[in-house]
Design a protein around this ligand. Structure first.
Ligand SMILES: *Cc1c(COP(=O)(O)O)cnc(C)c1O
Length: 220
């Protein structure tokens, strides 16, 4: 089995400069994250707020913490002081909560809208129409301490690469079309798509952030 450092190096080597790696460290203990850190990883993705907070307290301060999991409003306050990017905004209500906590911390928190692109029923996320409602909402201008910087999506869990590619293309198209909305709260520059099984495909289709866990750390 190859080491964490070798896996990170191999994955980084396969990516073009415009696609950055988010190492998905959920369920892994802090010493494993430290090993990834020592191999050069600086962006870590977690899916549980408490776990992210606990690890952030133990690990070096120059790590970017990315929240990639389904998020409950009442947990936002714990990560608001330090979270770097929230990938998983799936309602306007959640965005308002993030804004409220960002105000308390006197910072602007960058967010992605999570779009439902897979054919499976269990995935969280917004439909294209729901996302459009958010980016065109007159209320968005009141949210002075958040910025919507892009979109996130998870493709179907299938070996059919044409299905996966079509889902990534759909998300990329939506991303491009959202660039038309001129609002200081929107700046479409990050497209978070691609996981261990499909990150190369996602990168080909224009991903700027790939979220890779098991291909670095082994299966969970
Ligand atoms: C767990 C997870 C990943 C990483 O999955 P791997 O298949 O282990 O690379 C990526 N994105 C989200 C939202 C996840 O929950």
């Amino acid at each position: 089995m190859s080491s964490i450092a070798e896996n990170i190096a191999r994955i980084e080597k396969g990516l073009k400069q415009e696609t950055r790696l988010v190492a998905v460290t959920k369920t892994k203990p802090a010493e494993v994250l430290l090993e990834a850190y020592q191999a050069g990883a600086r962006r870590f993705g977690e899916n549980k707020v408490q776990e992210m907070v606990a690890k952030s307290e133990e690990l070096p301060k120059d790590i970017e913490w990315h929240m990639i999991g389904h998020l409950q409003s009442n947990k936002v306050k714990y990560m608001a002081p330090f979270v770097s990017l929230i990938h998983s905004i799936d309602s306007f209500k959640l965005l308002k909560e993030v804004n409220k906590e960002a105000v308390k911390n006197d910072r602007v928190i960058e967010c992605l809208l999570q779009i439902y692109i897979a054919s499976e029923e269990t995935k969280f996320g917004l439909s294209e129409d729901e996302a459009k409602e958010i980016v065109t909402s007159p209320e968005l201008s009141d949210l002075t301490n958040i910025k919507i910087v892009g979109l996130m999506g998870m493709a179907s869990n299938t070996d059919d690469t044409e299905v996966v590619r079509a889902e990534f293309k759909g998300l990329k198209n939506l991303f491009e079309s959202f660039k038309q909305y001129e609002n200081p709260r929107i700046e479409m520059r990050e497209l978070s798509m691609g996981m261990s099984g499909d990150y190369l495909l996602a990168a080909e289709e224009g991903s700027t952030l790939v979220r890779v866990g098991s291909a670095i750390f082994g299966s969970r």
